[in-house]
Design a protein around this ligand. Sequence first.
Ligand SMILES: [Zn+2]
Length: 167
Amino acid sequence: MPPRYDVPNSAPEPLRRVQLFVNSTDVHNRVEWLPEWLEAHDLVGADDRARELREAIRALVLANNGLPLDPGALETLNGALARVRPVLDAERRLRFSASGDALDEIVVVVLGAILDGSFERLKACRNCAWSFYDYSRNRSATWCSMRICGNRTKTRAYRRRRRAASP
Ligand SMILES: [Zn+2]
């Protein structure tokens, strides 16, 4: 398991599954756990599709953190949507269903979270792209961890200010 899993705020289930999928790589430290994720989900060999979907979802959760959404990511996600279908349940609520594999199920969870509004709280850190769940009251969290990324950024800003101030 990726060592950083416990650093960020964990999303509630089922969104946690999406978070773990997005965090199947540590972009900042260039560590890749996708092969393990694929093996655990019976998807060995689906590397390209999985990576493309993962990075498209990362683009979405970065957009949840105020970054512009990459049009290519949107295209990938709309392509993935073709593999899921809407179903009506006994309470006459619209849900999404996937008869495919674990990647389709990830897309179903994303859709459900978009519909119930919880998706906005799943973000990716502006510094290291690690996904975290924003539990703050006003949804203002920007960093995966204040200790890891927030302070680092603050320190940089402080050094910049000091350099600017020195003659
Ligand atoms: Zn971070």
